[in-house]
Design a binder for this molecule. Structure first.
Ligand code: ATR
Length: 273
């Protein structure tokens, strides 16, 4: 029997948690004819590779660093991809792309009891992850202020995406009294676990929930600082799982077993650390 294939492409790809997450989901649902693999693709053969995956009957691919922008141009992007400028999910039989980071992130906020429409959100960062978060938050009706090391990039992101949001300094953002602070920078990610995207010499705003998209380490320096201040801190594992679950559902038309996927990712992280 020919397996139904899906996988992830990137460079490097060694540490991807997507294969154990998706394969655990297939096993849990008895989908023994499905296989999810990881593929390190050199950037000069990206376009050729996508055609090759199609030729071999792959149904879906997840896309990670550094190809999220480029694949948007090589496929038929949906509206989310057009606005965010990046795709993380390809549906190969249709040569289509979408970005499940957006609903994955928003779903995870809601799963943690938040109602984005009622929230003032400070978004740290202006790269690809920040663009996905900004799009989702503004679509939901949140009020968003972007804080970035390079403010010009924050202004450019908001302008390019044609969204309503402001740009603030750390101090202005703190004085605004946000309900939620989202770290969409890579600051604090392994191996730089002693770094935080929030300035060490400033306390975090009083009532804010802290959401760190970083999941390596599981508890970042930012999350530790939040908890030391008595604030709720949420790491990036939920977003990782929920974007995967969305991709899974698009490809298989089955409901994703979220708990199984969470367990698989936690186990894979423990094994690797
Ligand atoms: P990604 O696609 O993962 O979001 P990216 O596009 O390279 O990655 O964006 C990285 C983000 O992290 C940017 O907002 C970057 O700030 P700049 O726009 O000023 O470059 C931010 N970032 C990275 N390293 C940082 C650091 N040491 N301090 C503060 N911000 C940092």
């Amino acid at each position: 029997m020919q397996p139904k294939r899906a996988g992830v492409i990137g460079w490097p790809i060694e540490h991807s948690l997507s294969p154990p997450m998706h394969n655990a989901a297939f096993r849990a649902l008895g989908m023994d004819d499905w296989l999810y693999d990881k593929n390190a693709i050199p950037s000069d053969i990206l376009a050729k590779s996508i055609k090759e995956f199609m030729r071999h009957g792959y149904i879906g691919l997840n896309v990670t660093i550094p190809f999220k922008q480029e694949v948007a141009k090589l496929t038929r992007p949906d509206d989310i991809v057009k606005r965010v400028g990046a795709a993380n999910t390809l549906i190969l039989p249709r040569n289509a792309s979408t970005n499940t980071d957006v609903p994955g992130f928003i779903d995870d906020l809601k799963a943690n009891g938040m109602i984005p429409a009622e929230m003032k959100v400070v978004l740290l960062g202006a790269g690809g992850a920040a663009r996905a978060a900004l799009y989702g938050l503004v679509q939901e009706g949140a009020a968003v202020a972007v804080v970035n090391r390079t403010p010009a990039k924050a202004f450019a992101m908001i302008r390019d995406m044609e969204l309503e949001a402001s740009v603030k300094t750390h101090d202005e953002a703190a004085a605004w009294q946000p309900d939620l602070i989202v770290n969409a920078t890579s600051v604090g990610m392994q191996p730089d676990i002693d770094q935080s995207p929030w300035r060490d010499d400033r306390p975090l705003p009083d009532k804010a929930i802290i959401y760190d998209m970083v999941y390596r380490p599981i508890k970042t320096k930012l999350m530790q600082a939040a908890e030391a201040q008595g604030l709720k801190a949420i790491g990036g594992l939920g977003m990782l799982v929920r974007q995967g679950a969305k991709s899974f559902e698009i490809w298989t038309e089955r409901e994703a077993p979220i708990d199984v996927m969470f367990d698989a990712v936690r186990t894979a992280l423990e094994d690797k650390n």
